[in-house]
Design a protein around this ligand. Structure first.
Ligand code: GLU
Length: 611
């Protein structure tokens, strides 16, 4: 959600800023804008809706200049419209500000400014920052910004330009990421690496509570009292191509196909065949501490919550420790009991999901121990946790998570294995699972090879207005994740149920127009699962059965509307990883057949950085 881009150097700022914002589009936004400085004047252009609208406005009313800032907004204070879009300026138009985050005491500050005769033109919290900076009588821009920030409470990533200080951009961070990119006699700043990597891979991350000044020849970082902090830029090891969709029609497609390699990366160096266990140095827990864990609680949002349910099930099964998952967005609102012998696991692709971050902070405040399952190295959640497992999925751009999600499952498998092996999981079982994990990347590739078949099925599913996704025990969170992804990108109503619950209610909805996607692995529940399918088929409900070739579906009524997808088999505990991939392909192709913008589903954002 929301993005900041800034540029200062010899080139024209506006095109570079718009291109940078384009790289952040995937995060989700509702409006955008730029401010460019020239000859002591700040020129602002803002537009509600897609970035292409802003780009078009800029061709009609261009802005010239070599210093500028830009923003994609995700409205929190006031509706998405031109007036509320960033950048915001002070009354004289000397200061322009872009801001990610929320100023908690904005209402009070707005009231105070109004009392002082300031005319606030937008509904945003951000605008107060522009006025506070503009009204400051301090001598330097850094002092003005720091003086303004001393009055605000809340979270921010911030970039400021000022007509009287045309050689610099001042930025500040508190809870919302900012990265400085160092070029050749030019400087960039952005809220996300994705906007920088095309220009430079020499970067410096600001920490919370820090400010920085960017000039064409370098940057300086400070604390709020303006005492300097030494911070050197470092090379990041990213392949700029990782941020390009290449020959794929969407990032989601590219990222699904990257899964075999991504899965191999999360496992690399972490499996121990000899002892049938895993090595997870980043957890920072020795065998005795692992043994002392009495309960595991997983916290995540959206897909990360559903994969958390899969993870909790794995931990219970392999380690026999009571484990459960909960939506992180709910957790801190029910005054949770935080116990010292519970291991809390926070799951987030971006490591920025605010609901999850706040849950982590709540646990830590109560003295609990939290480990993270996070993809983005050095992200807020990763830093807040006591230890963790990095997912090594590589950059994930599509809103619908695929490779990061699969790697989350594998991260849980590694954790469950280790927790199991310090308890009652036998070495033979440990080795069996290690071998299973080693087979998974190739088997994921086999599932991906089934794309044409799944595409055809998906096209048919997309015709339905409403669908069920069902599974039992291990298969139920798989169904939940499948339904989530389906609704996210195809905009069809998809509801997940335990297969066993069908006859307790939803069966009433089954007819020829309501297909059911059923997860039926070859395991101890197969027979019960198949019996439920017969109940659905008997009522004319079309079926897609994601299963194994060894499963006998019996003589299902209405064969013409029953389709089975036989997946490769792994160990039964690990089969969900393969089923999840098959369901991704179904969702992707359903959305594609409906002509939707797969990477940017309506109303959704990649990193949900507001509560
Ligand atoms: N709170 C600010 C607003 O509503 C910034 C939102 C954002 O992070 O994009 O304008």
């Amino acid at each position: 959600m929301c993005g900041i881009v800034g540029y200062l150097g010899a080139r024209e700022a506006a095109p570079l800023i718009v291109e940078g914002l384009r790289r952040l589009e995937y995060r989700g936004y509702d409006s955008s804008g730029v401010a460019v400085l020239k000859d002591g004047q700040i020129q602002v252009r803002r537009e509600v809706g897609k970035l292409s609208g802003l780009a078009q406005m800029l061709t009609q009313e261009p802005v010239a200049g070599h210093v500028g800032i830009g923003h994609t907004r995700w409205a929190t204070h006031g509706p998405a419209n031109d007036v509320n879009a960033h950048p915001h300026t002070d009354s004289k138009g000397d200061v322009a500000v872009v801001h990610n985050g929320i100023i908690d005491n904005a209402a009070r500050l707005r009231a105070r400014l109004t009392e002082d005769g300031v005319d606030l033109v937008s509904d945003t919290d951000t605008e107060v920052l522009a006025h506070l900076i503009g009204r400051s009588e301090a001598d330097t821009l850094e002092e003005k910004v720091s003086e303004a920030l001393a009055q605000v409470e809340g979270t921010y990533g911030l970039a400021v330009v000022h007509a009287a200080y045309p050689d610099r951009i001042v930025v500040a961070r508190n809870g919302s990421p900012l990265i400085i990119g160092v070029g050749d006699h030019e400087m960039h700043v952005a809220s996300d690496l994705a906007a920088l990597v095309r220009y430079t891979t020499t970067v410096a991350h600001l920490d919370d509570g820090e400010l920085a000044t960017l000039t064409a020849d370098g940057f300086t970082t400070y604390r709020h009292d303006l005492s300097t902090v030494a911070r050197a830029a470092t090379e990041v090891d990213v392949d700029p191509a990782a941020y390009d969709a290449g020959e794929h029609d969407s990032y989601m497609h590219k990222e699904m196909l990257e899964q075999p390699e991504a899965a191999a990366r999360v496992l690399r160096g972490r499996l121990d065949q000899r002892f049938g266990t895993s090595h997870l140095g980043g957890l920072d827990l020795d065998a005795r501490e692992l043994r002392a864990i009495r309960r595991v609680k997983v916290l995540g949002c959206g897909s990360a919550y559903y994969v958390g349910e899969m993870g909790a099930a794995l931990i219970e099964e392999l380690a026999r420790i009571p484990a459960s998952a909960e939506a992180a967005s709910e957790f801190r609102y029910r005054n949770p009991i935080v116990e010292p012998d519970t291991l809390y696991v926070a799951v987030s692709q971006s490591g920025e999901t605010v609901d999850t971050l706040l849950a982590v902070q709540e646990i830590k405040r109560k003295g609990g121990r939290v480990v993270g399952l996070v993809n983005v190295v050095g992200s807020a959640i990763a830093r807040e946790c006591d230890g963790g497992i990095y997912l090594h999925a590589g950059p994930e751009v599509a809103v619908a998570s695929t490779k990061a999600l699969t790697n989350m499952f594998l991260g849980f498998a590694l954790l469950a294995l280790q927790l199991g092996r310090v308890r009652d999981l036998s070495i033979a079982d440990g080795r069996r699972l290690v071998a299973g994990l080693q087979r998974l990347p190739d088997q994921i590739a086999e599932v991906l090879d089934r794309e044409p078949e799944l595409a055809e099925l998906a096209g048919r599913l997309a015709e339905a207005q409403s669908l069920f996704f069902v599974g039992r025990v291990r298969g139920y969170p798989v169904a939940r994740e499948g339904a989530q992804k389906f609704k996210e990108i195809s905009y069809r109503h998809a509801e997940a149920y335990q297969t066993s619950e069908l006859k307790h209610g939803p069966l009433a909805l089954i007819d020829e127009s309501v297909p059911t996607v059923s997860v039926v692995p070859d395991d101890e529940l197969t027979e019960r699962n198949v019996a439920a399918l017969h109940e659905v088929a008997a009522r004319g409900g079309p079926l897609v059965v994601v299963t194994h070739a060894t499963v006998d579906l019996g003589d299902l009524p209405g064969q013409a509307s029953v389709h089975r997808v036989d997946l490769p088999r792994n160990e039964r505990e690990l089969d969900p990883a393969l089923m999840v991939v098959a369901l991704q392909l179904l969702s992707y192709h359903a959305a594609k057949s409906l002509g939707h913008d797969i990477d940017k589903p309506r109303n959704l954002a990649k990193s949900v950085t507001v509560e």
